[in-house]
Design a protein around this ligand. Structure first.
Ligand SMILES: NC(=O)c1ccc[n+]([C@@H]2O[C@H](COP(=O)([O-])OP(=O)(O)OC[C@H]3O[C@@H](n4cnc5c(N)ncnc54)[C@H](O)[C@@H]3O)[C@@H](O)[C@H]2O)c1
Length: 469
């Protein structure tokens, strides 16, 4: 028996129309925000035979995609070119075309502002645009990570400025089928479904990661289930958009807190002369109750350093302090300074000082093998080094140049990893453990290696040059 048949209520007209269009591959899908989340999602719908339109406010991205070009390294140009040539994918900045869509999925950024509070301006602006073009019968889904309540309290009122209605109605679910006493008949449907991708992780194919869906009412949840069910192997329905929003935050807070825990234990282990990485490998052999997390030079990426603070902000409305999140934030954000301190101490032991020293940093991406440097701890380490008077150079195969960023402006180019480039600086910091690095070669030529990732664990010779930190 399929899920639709198990559901205990009569489908709303909008819902049944969307479900049948999905079944016939006639649904038109619009994805707003063609970044790391939106572009691959749009291409997944294309791959399954849906006519898909990508909307973005950045004309340069729209133009590149229109010409079949990529701007995200792990998304092959051939896939984009095929989608464009097959006329199944269109990229546009003409938002009036939102009217033609059956499902509209929002994948816009949710950063923190300068006071480290949620910056919902992207959701706000997108919602206003969608509202201006909303037509009866559409399903709108938010994918951006955000605090519980955003879909119902922020997005819904903005969409209803269109004059169209979407009633909020509780429903219950066992994760698959949906049981309610009363269904809602509105003008449009609205749901939240978080993105759960782990960039650079080749072990899990995107379509195999179960897709969480929470609707503001049962019809919205069921329509969103039909849409995502055409692309993802498994959908998991939760009882509201708030529950779906909280689920995503739990996942990211779990990572943030556990990384802080191992970072703290690393600092203690260093003092005690214990190798924390050996400890983690040993603990990992326990077949239950332990998940391995690894220490590093600090948190990076668009999610883990940011998302938990969305909940911290929302919790204040309830007079509640999220102590684990605050503490994890404190521990994790102190890690770049710890790296610089470890370097400074290592130079001291060699009767050298950081001021005036030439330091080569390897890896500016926030984690290995990806071309994303958002919130990367490497950038903060570079800034701390410069403040202490060091002369900083870097190498990263994914970033030939460091252009001006919101917080940083280094204006540096990646050096070539020649024996001289490694041996001339007083020290080399391994900040990101990219797989392409030959760590034996690095240690052989460098004078001093500060290893923040245990990347040199298999290097047999010259171990006296390595400082684990
Ligand atoms: N990157 C990840 O791995 C990841 C994983 C899970 C969740 N998320 C969440 O997904 C959301 C999107 O993240 P991302 O990494 O794709 O961001 P991104 O910066 O890579 O992409 C966002 C895109 O939205 C566009 N945009 C901004 N404002 C717009 C507007 N008003 N209308 C249309 N387009 C607009 C930007 O030009 C950009 O192309 C965020 O909430 C993030 O927290 C990201």
């Amino acid at each position: 028996m399929n899920d639709q048949k198990r559901d205990s209520t009569r489908p709303s007209t909008i819902e049944s129309s969307i479900v049948s269009k999905i079944e016939q591959k006639a649904a038109r899908v619009g994805v707003i925000g063609l970044g790391y989340v939106g572009l691959p999602l749009a291409l997944s719908f294309v791959q399954k035979g849906f006519e898909t339109t990508g909307f973005d406010t950045d004309p340069a991205k729209v133009e590149k995609l229109g010409n079949g070009k990529t701007y995200i390294r792990h998304i092959p140009e051939a896939q984009i070119a095929r989608a464009i040539e097959g006329k199944r994918f269109h990229a546009t900045d003409d938002f009036s075309r939102l009217r033609e869509m059956d499902a509209i999925i929002m994948c816009v950024p949710t950063p923190l502002d300068t006071h480290r509070e949620p910056d919902l301006s992207f959701i706000h602006n997108t919602a206003k645009t969608v509202s201006a073009h909303l037509v009866p019968g559409q399903l709108v889904v938010l994918e951006s990570t955000t605090y519980p309540g955003t879909t119902e309290e922020v997005l819904l009122p903005l969409l209803e400025e269109s004059g169209l209605r979407c009633p909020v109605r509780p429903y219950s679910t066992d994760g698959n089928s949906i049981a309610i006493s009363e269904d809602a008949e509105g003008d449009f449907l609205l749901a939240f479904s978080p993105e759960r991708e782990d960039p650079g992780n080749k072990e899990f194919e995107r379509a195999q990661i179960p897709k969480i869906i929470g609707g503001v009412n049962a019809a919205s949840a069921r329509a969103a289930r039909a849409v995502y069910g055409s692309v993802f192997a498994r959908t998991v329905i939760v009882s509201s958009s708030r529950t779906a929003e909280m689920t995503k935050l739990l996942e990211n807070i779990y990572r943030c807190v556990n990384i802080a825990l191992v970072n703290e234990l690393k600092l203690l282990s260093l003092r005690m002369g214990i190798d924390i990485f050996e400890v983690i490998e040993a603990a990992k052999t326990k077949p239950f109750g332990f998940t391995a997390f690894y220490p590093g030079p600090g948190l990076g990426g668009h999610c883990i350093p940011i998302d938990p603070f969305y909940l911290t902000w929302k919790a204040r409305e309830y007079g509640f302090t999220t102590r684990f999140i605050e503490l994890a934030g404190e521990v994790n954000s102190a890690m770049p300074a710890h790296v610089v301190e470890a370097l400074s101490e290592a130079l001291n032991r060699r009767k050298q000082c950081l001021h005036g020293a030439r330091i080569l940093l390897l890896g500016v991406a926030y984690k290995k093998d990806i071309d994303d440097l958002r919130e990367s701890p490497s950038l903060e380490i570079m800034e701390l080094l410069l403040k202490q008077g060091a002369r900083v150079e870097y190498h990263d195969p994914y970033f030939p140049r460091l252009h001006r960023m919101r917080r940083y402006d280094f204006q540096l180019a990646s050096v070539e990893l020649t024996p001289e480039a490694l041996s001339e600086p007083e020290a080399v910091i391994i900040a990101t453990d990219h797989s392409i690095y030959d760590y034996s070669y690095i240690v052989r030529h460098a004078r001093l290696v500060i290893d923040t990732r245990n990347a040199t664990r298999n290097v047999k010779e010259n171990r006296d040059k390595i400082v684990q930190c």
